[in-house]
Design a protein around this ligand. Sequence first.
Ligand code: GTQ
Ligand code: FE2
Length: 365
Amino acid sequence: MAAAEPAAPQPTPEEEAALARLYADFAAQNLTPLWTQLGDLMPAHPAPQARPHVWEWQTLYPLARRAGELVPVGRGGERRAIALANPGLGGRPYITPTLWAAIQYLGPRETAPEHRHSQNAFRFVVEGEGVWTVVDGDPVAMRRGDFLLTPGWHFHGHHNTTDAPMAWIDGLDIPFVHYTDTAFFEFGADEVSDRATPDLSRAERLWAHPGLRPLSRLERTAASPIAAYRWEHTDRALTQQLELEDEGHPATVEPGHAAVRYTNPTTGGDVMPTIRAEFHRLRAGSATATRREVGSAVYQVFDGTGTLVLDGAEHRVATGDLVVVPSWCACRIEAESGLDLFRFSDTPIFEGLHQYRAAVEEDPR
Ligand code: GTQ
Ligand code: FE2
């Protein structure tokens, strides 16, 4: 910089009064000057309102069960789904600015009616079985460890075929669609349209064969046509990554950390346009690097215990617990026992818009 800047002249009382009138006239005309908002609107790096937070499964599940006793499921309310509301987002039912996460509870023999919406949805099952979700007339069994898709504008309803309740988590892009005023919704059948209970959906019989694509379906689709990604496949992939590492072959993300991404077989990309989903497995005693990423993510512990260190604060977690990691939050995962984690995020939105960034922090040890 050149010579020292002269001190700014003090405004006169007349100038101050004129300035106050100017701001009042701005407000009256629905105008806002940039210079009073710059730091908030254009921070040096993401400064999320969403906060890191943990919801414990042992707290969530009994609350969902109480809702099952008191609140019927049916047309109008549509779903007995209880959203995880990020404490930084002013009471809105959003776990992040883009993502919805909820625990959904279906009592014995209950049915959640069919509908469709432009929001993309998935289910992930941490415990239980006996519900079939019927997606565009195709019954899809839901069991422990399965990851199930209901991409936007596909009809879907759920029914519990057993005498035991079942709960699972839903992930949707409801906040993103709400903020952008792009939502459409339609009711479907009051009952599910097909009450068959096959082990495998038609979608899986056509699509879920590793590396094999049906020649009758060569077009690219925006969302994956695979209705269910079964636990046995996910588990086997992770087990074999760790076996390869044991044998001295590179296979893991970093030492002791196996991971897979669920993909759309017609593109090789993410399962749905707005949502990325992955499964991570850490060996007992291992830890990840500390990473920051543009976009927000949610983890559900599938099995085991460990600690998530989020912007330096330690959060202990156990099976079923859900953890939200806001945009650009520094995240390190430490496994106590072996730790299995389901993860979903809004990353495809920001990759698609060329806004994605990530950084690895120096190892503090
Ligand atoms: O199961 O169809 O948690 O439409 C939120 C909206 C679940 C569902 C949710 C939904 C559903
Ligand atoms: Fe739905």
